[in-house]
Design a protein around this ligand. Sequence first.
Ligand code: ADP
Ligand code: MG
Length: 259
Amino acid sequence: MTIHENRTTAEAPIIEAVALRKSYGNHEVLKGLDLSLARGEVVALIGPSGSGKSTFIRCLNHMEVPTDGTIRFRQKTVGDAFRDKGEEIGYGTLRRHVGMVFQHFNLFPHKTVLQNVIEGPITVLKRPKKEAEELALDLLGQVGLAAKRNDYPNHLSGGQKQRVAIARALAMQPEVLLLDEVTSALDPELVGEVLAVIRGLAEKGMTMAIVTHEMAFAADVSSRVLFLDQGVIAATGSPEEIIRNPANERLRGFVSRFH
Ligand code: ADP
Ligand code: MG
């Protein structure tokens, strides 16, 4: 491989959406969106409720099947089969490498914190239990919850539950992490501890697409901001251009409501 090819590989996007469309019946929710995420990049998605943010990131890991357009993961087109096939990767592979954290935690209530975190590695990745536990304890340490490992989710605060959910997503060792309004269901005093964990991930180089209404956080943690409005990317640019000093009236109006 030449140096040039090497560089091309290193700079190639890890995940891409090209001309992505999604309709529910006659309602076209995503009207041709493009996104390209390089390794280590953090993109913030902002926009009014109903603009298509959740649908967009759910399409990125194929939790929703796009109506049209392409998702590429490491230059391979994501096909419509579960299994990898030639130059296509199946969405099973995609989902294993692209983790997701939701607004409403979705922890298993009848499992302890540790059992929640080791579940995916053991059942999906077929890791030995001991190895899965070691990684889980390391991750729980990183989110500040190693001491809670034997507690059940209903004994935790919302902020703690969300930090467990993040550790659980990380236990699958994803290459990309998608976060959908992960602080929106939390009491205000619990938001900071979750944002601190995400900021730490960004500093460690985790590739992320973050849907959030926390404008100051989005500006702080992302290298690029996308403003979604009615199913299109209505504006994209640096945090400076989109959040701190928005150029147009529509954007200024939206951003100021969350400051
Ligand atoms: P956001 O996350 O920006 O609030 P969503 O992606 O959740 O927006 O929703 C975008 C639009 O798609 C909304 O009008 C919503 O009602 C519609 N929508 C989302 N999911 C479905 C679904 N499963 N079936 C029908 N309509 C849906
Ligand atoms: Mg949403």
